[in-house]
Design a protein around this ligand. Structure first.
Ligand SMILES: Cc1cc2nc3c(=O)[nH]c(=O)nc-3n(C[C@H](O)[C@H](O)[C@H](O)COP(=O)(O)OP(=O)(O)OC[C@H]3O[C@@H](n4cnc5c(N)ncnc54)[C@H](O)[C@@H]3O)c2cc1C
Length: 398
C-alpha cells in the first residue's frame, strides 16, 4: 500500500469536545490558562513528542516552555507562581495530558508534589529559597514517598531521619521517584527515629549521601524519568509543617484531583483521534463513521468523556469552596482513570493497525494512562479508601 493511500491527518488535533457545554462556565482567567495550554500543546508538543517518547528522552525545550508560559506553581499564591483557581489548574493539567502524559506528569511532580509540599509545609526561608527558582525551572524538584518494599502501604515506610545538630541525617531507599535523577532538591518522607513519626525533609541532591539512578525500560510515560534513590547519611532540612504521615496525605489530596483531570485529557485525546479517524477511514465502501456499530461505540466513548468532564467540574467547585476531601478526590481519580482506560482501548481498536503506530498518538496515551492509574494510590486503593468511608469498615490494613 502506498503512503498516499493512508491520508489519515490531524489525528492529534483537538476537536471541541464539550457536549454538555461546560466551557460556558469558565471565567476569563480559566479561559486564558486553558487556551494558552491548548495552543502550546497543538503547536509545540504534538509535532515533536512522539520522538522524545520513543527515545525515552526528556523534552527539555518543552519543559522550559512551561516556565515561559507561567504554568509552574499552578495554584500557589505568590513566590513567582501564577495563583490559579482550582478549575484553571485542572484545565491546564487536562490539556497537557491531552498532548502528552510525560509532560503532564512532569508538571505534576514539579508543581503539585514538590513545590506544593514546600508551599504547604515549608518555613518562610525555605519557600523564598526554592519556590521562585522552581517556578522558573531554575531548580527542579521531586517528591520521594514510595520505597522498594512500600508502595500502597507507604505509611509503613522505613527510611529514617535522625536529628544532628541543626539538621537531619537520612538513610534509606526510595523507588519510582519522578525527577529523582535530575532534581536539585527532593522532598523526602522519612521516619523520625526519635518519635517514630513520618515527616518531610528537603534533601539537596548535590551531596555525597544522595544517589539517583534512572529506571530504564518503561513502556509508559517514557518522556519523564523516575529513579531509584539511595540516601546514605544524606543531610536534610525538616519541613516544619510536617508532623505525621497525614501531612504527606494533605499534599496528595489535590494531586489526586489533578490525576482525575489528567485522565480526562488522555481520554479526550483518544476520543478525538477515533472520531477524526472514523470519518476518514473507508472500509466496505463507506467511512467507518457511517456504520451503526461504530457510531454506537463513538457515542458511548463520548458519554464516558462527558461524565468525566462533569466529575472534574464539580471537583473544582468543591475545592474552590474548601469542601474537597481525600475520599472525594479518590473517587474522582478512580472513576476517571478507569473510564479513560476503557475509552482509550476503544479508540485504539477503532484505529485498527494504525492504532499501534506512535504517529497516530493513541498508543502513547494507552501506555501513559497506566501510570496515572497506578501512581498516587492505585484504583484499588482508592476503592478501599472510599469503601472505608461509606461502610465504616477499613478493609486494607493488616
Ligand atoms: C510512572 C510512575 C511514577 C511514579 N512517581 C512517583 C513519585 O514521583 N514519587 C513517589 O513517591 N512515588 C511515585 N510512584 C510510585 C507509585 O505511587 C506506586 O507505584 C503506587 O503507589 C503503587 O505502589 P506499588 O507500585 O508498590 O504497588 P503495590 O502497592 O505493590 O500494589 C500492587 C497491586 O496490589 C494492589 N494492592 C495493594 N494493597 C492492596 C490491598 N490491601 N488490597 C487489595 N489490593 C491491594 C494494588 O492496588 C496493585 O494493584 C510512581 C509510580 C510510577 C509507575
Amino acid at each position: 500500500m502506498s503512503a498516499e493511500a493512508v491520508p489519515y491527518t490531524h489525528l492529534g488535533d483537538a476537536l471541541a469536545t464539550d457536549y454538555f457545554r461546560v466551557r460556558e462556565q469558565f471565567t476569563p482567567e480559566q479561559w486564558k490558562h486553558f487556551l494558552t495550554t491548548r495552543r502550546f500543546v497543538d503547536e509545540e508538543v504534538l509535532p515533536v513528542i512522539n520522538d522524545y517518547w520513543e527515545k525515552a528522552e526528556l523534552p527539555w525545550p518543552l519543559m522550559r516552555r512551561l516556565a515561559d508560559l507561567g504554568l509552574y506553581g499552578e495554584d500557589i499564591e505568590g513566590y513567582g507562581s501564577p495563583g490559579m483557581s482550582p478549575l484553571a489548574r485542572g484545565l491546564v493539567t487536562m490539556e497537557l495530558h491531552r498532548g502528552d502524559g510525560s509532560l503532564g506528569t512532569f508538571l505534576g511532580v514539579q508543581s503539585g508534589l514538590a513545590m506544593k509540599s514546600i508551599a504547604m509545609h515549608g518555613s518562610e526561608e525555605q519557600k523564598e529559597r526554592w519556590l521562585p527558582a522552581m517556578a522558573r525551572l531554575d531548580a527542579i524538584g521531586a517528591f520521594a514517598l514510595t520505597e522498594p518494599a512500600h508502595g500502597s502501604d507507604s505509611v509503613a515506610l522505613e527510611t529514617t531521619a535522625r536529628r544532628d545538630g541543626d539538621g537531619w541525617i537520612l538513610d534509606g531507599t526510595k523507588r519510582w521517584i519522578g525527577n529523582g535523577s535530575i532534581a536539585d532538591v527532593v522532598v523526602v518522607w522519612a521516619r523520625d527515629v526519635e518519635d517514630g513519626k513520618v515527616k518531610g525533609f528537603l534533601v539537596e541532591t548535590a551531596q555525597d549521601g544522595y544517589t539517583g539512578v534512572t529506571l530504564g525500560g518503561k513502556g509508559a510515560s517514557r518522556a519523564i524519568w523516575q529513579a531509584q534513590i539511595t540516601l546514605s547519611g544524606a543531610r536534610g532540612e525538616w519541613l516544619p509543617g510536617t508532623r505525621s504521615f497525614k501531612d504527606a496525605g494533605r499534599v496528595l489530596v489535590t494531586t489526586r484531583a489533578t490525576c482525575a483531570w489528567g485522565a480526562l485529557g488522555h481520554a479526550v485525546a483518544a476520543y478525538d483521534a477515533a472520531l477524526t479517524y472514523a470519518k476518514q477511514r473507508v472500509q466496505f465502501g463507506k467511512p467507518l463513521a457511517a456504520f451503526q456499530i461504530v457510531q454506537d461505540r463513538l457515542v458511548k466513548m463520548l458519554a464516558e468523556v462527558t461524565g468525566m468532564q462533569l466529575y472534574c467540574m464539580q471537583l473544582a467547585r468543591l475545592e474552590e469552596e474548601g469542601r474537597m476531601t481525600d475520599t472525594i478526590a479518590g473517587l474522582a481519580k478512580l472513576n476517571n482513570t478507569r473510564k479513560a482506560r476503557a475509552v482509550i482501548a476503544e479508540a485504539r481498536d477503532l484505529l485498527g493497525g494504525n492504532g499501534v503506530l506512535l504517529e497516530n498518538h493513541v498508543i502513547r496515551h494507552m501506555g501513559d494512562i497506566e501510570v496515572i492509574h497506578t501512581y498516587e494510590g492505585t484504583e484499588t486503593m482508592q476503592a478501599l479508601i472510599v469503601g472505608r468511608d461509606i461502610t465504616g469498615f477499613g478493609a486494607f490494613a493488616g
